[in-house]
Ligand binder design. Structure first.
Ligand SMILES: Cc1cc2nc3c(=O)[nH]c(=O)nc-3n(C[C@H](O)[C@H](O)[C@H](O)COP(=O)(O)OP(=O)(O)OC[C@H]3O[C@@H](n4cnc5c(N)ncnc54)[C@H](O)[C@@H]3O)c2cc1C
Length: 352
């Protein structure tokens, strides 16, 4: 694999945290397979050097080279309409075997269209590992998280575009300075009409370390307990689509393929059946604890741990155990048991 690109998003003229995480993971891959790592930096005006030197920052975080693409539409927000040409121009200049983007709203908009334009394969938010031949393998849980599909990048015989879940990788500060490759690509000036912009009050869900999710089996009274539980755990409250449709919370709180994607360390699912539409939006390395009164509920086969219980009593007991003096806390990601590396996920323990 010769070249790897990481498309960098800027927030207030500095690389977004999620982009630096993608760069850190790309550094690990590039070092393993012996590839050159390019950070693709889109800017409205050429970057300045000095105190807030964005190129030096990318070099410190592992880039071998930085491709600077300038154009009038390359500011925020990141959309294929405005940034697609920049990503494609960088690919023409330095053809990559692999392009990584952070799975931000911008990255998710850009990646599939870029893959279509390049004739590349698209892999959304995979787990990344190396196979026995040293080949790069992307895998994803499929069929309600019960099976894992593996794709070796070598076998694709075409470039691959992958989005990486924000918060799941480490930005790796390295010491080398990156070489700058200023690319004077002519980016066509699109006329984008902004029809509105408002802050997203539920944005903290996307990066929460703990998520407490209420399904349709949760009543409004128990939902209030879950709100207390989320607060006590320093986490965020989410719902399934069915719970939102029943009026438990706004649709903006829905986790799922038509809602938000989350990547917490711990996901507590109360009264949710475990539909693929819901579970597919939870990052693969998240520890899922499911509470359901029906021992045959599919979520009890997909979750890391399952508890067959009434949601109200389970929530009340859990809340009580978190009161000061009970010594119960959420372990760090490293001390949480890792999900099984292969095959069926299945609940490791189902308590009744
Ligand atoms: C195109 C499409 C996109 C979709 N996108 C999404 C999406 O993004 N997100 C999403 O969530 N859904 C999505 N859905 C809907 C999805 O298919 C399911 O219908 C939905 O996720 C089910 O929600 P649920 O698990 O809360 O409800 P249910 O399936 O009704 O499950 C409720 C569960 O609660 C349990 N229960 C009930 N009472 C109690 C109690 N007192 N104690 C303990 N357990 C109890 C029951 O045993 C049951 O398992 C989508 C569907 C389609 C067709």
């Amino acid at each position: 694999m010769a070249n790897i690109h990481v498309y960098i998003e800027l927030v207030e003229n500095m690389p977004a945290r999620a982009s630096l995480e993608a760069l850190g993971e790309a550094r690990r891959i590039a070092s393993f397979v012996g590839a050159t790592l390019y950070a693709v930096l889109p800017c409205v005006t050429p970057p300045t050097y000095g105190e807030h030197d964005v190129i030096a920052e990318l070099g410190r975080h592992g880039a071998d080279k930085v491709v600077v693409v300038t154009g009038p539409t390359l500011g925020e927000p990141v959309l294929f309409a405005s940034h697609g040409q920049a990503a494609a121009a960088a690919c023409e200049e330095v053809p990559p075997a692999l392009i990584l983007l952070a799975a931000t709203p911008g990255g998710r908009d850009l990646a599939p269209r870029l893959a279509a334009r390049l004739g590349a394969a698209l892999i959304s938010e995979p787990s990344i590992e190396f196979g026995p031949r040293g080949e790069l393998v992307f895998s994803r849980l499929v069929h309600g998280r019960r099976y894992r599909r593996r794709i070796a990048v070598d076998d694709l015989e075409r470039p691959a575009v992958a989005t990486l879940t924000a918060g799941s990788y480490f930005a790796s500060p390295a010491s080398d300075d990156a070489e700058v490759l200023a690319l004077g690509a002519s980016i066509q000036a699109y006329q984008l009409q902004e029809i509105g912009r408002s802050p997203d009050p539920f944005a903290p869900l996307d990066s929460a370390e703990v998520v407490v999710c209420a399904g349709a089996g949760v009543s409004p009274e128990v939902f209030r307990l879950l709100a207390d539980l989320a607060r006590a755990l320093g986490g965020e409250l989410a719902v399934t689509r069915s719970a939102a449709v029943r009026g438990l919370a706004p649709l903006d709180r829905v986790v799922g393929i038509t809602g938000r994607a989350v990547s917490p360390r711990l996901y507590l699912a109360f009264g949710a059946s475990g539909s693929p539409g819901h579970l597919l939006a939870i990052a693969p390395d998240t520890t899922i604890v499911a509470i359901n009164r029906d021992p045959a509920a599919p979520i009890l086969r997909s979750a890391t741990y399952g508890l067959v219980a009434d949601v109200g009593s389970a929530a009340a007991e859990l809340l009580a155990s978190l009161k000061p003096g009970h010594g119960c806390s959420i372990p760090s990601r490293s001390t949480l048991p890792a999900p099984p590396a292969d095959g069926a996920r299945g609940a490791k323990g189902v308590a009744r």
